[in-house]
Design a protein around this ligand. Sequence first.
Ligand SMILES: [Zn+2]
Length: 125
Amino acid sequence: MGIDIYNMTWDFGQDVDISQARTAAQQLSRTAMKAKNTVDDLERRFTKLVLINAAMAQLLEEKLGITQQEISDYAAQMLHKRKPLNKCHSCGAALSQTSKQLNKCLYCGAEKLKADDLFGDLRRT
Ligand SMILES: [Zn+2]
């Protein structure tokens, strides 16, 4: 018998590796928890904003007669001012002036190139 230096060194090395792996796992766990909290907070705030916007749209229609379609068209105009609608959302083809006027892609036939439901893509299905 005697001291097995090789095995002691290997065991020590394994202990260090395990300790480092535990520390890394704990750090990742904290990072994931922080990200989850951020997502939860953003989801709560997003839901609140959707409800407030829906309420405002309803009030605008009831009190001032401004329809959801008018709001939607105006929002689409604002979006297009920021980012011109130059490509079809379906096939990616460049949209001609005729496509924009017809509100239909001349290549694939996709319709509704303009936003027509203000809150449609914000609602959960
Ligand atoms: Zn298309």
